[in-house]
Design a protein around this ligand. Structure first.
Ligand SMILES: [Zn+2]
Length: 68
């Protein structure tokens, strides 16, 4: 069994979660995620954080509109 030992850096994780990774970066990241539950967990956590952040931004925009 081939194990990809190097964990994904926070930077790459962020790119991946934001959908900003290039195809070239994406392939090794996804390969690693398939082999590494720990990094998969980090991705899921970050995606949740991004969701929460977007939701908060959306709400504050709506509040902004209501105030006008
Ligand atoms: Zn990993």
């Amino acid at each position: 069994m081939r194990v990809v030992m190097r964990h994904i850096s926070d930077e790459d994780l962020e790119l991946y979660c934001l959908g900003r990774a290039t195809n070239e970066q994406l392939a090794p990241l996804e390969e690693h995620l398939l082999a590494c539950p720990a990094c998969l967990e980090r991705v899921q956590r970050m995606l949740r954080e991004i969701d929460t952040l977007r939701e908060a931004l959306r709400r504050s925009e709506e509040d902004e509109k209501r105030r006008r």
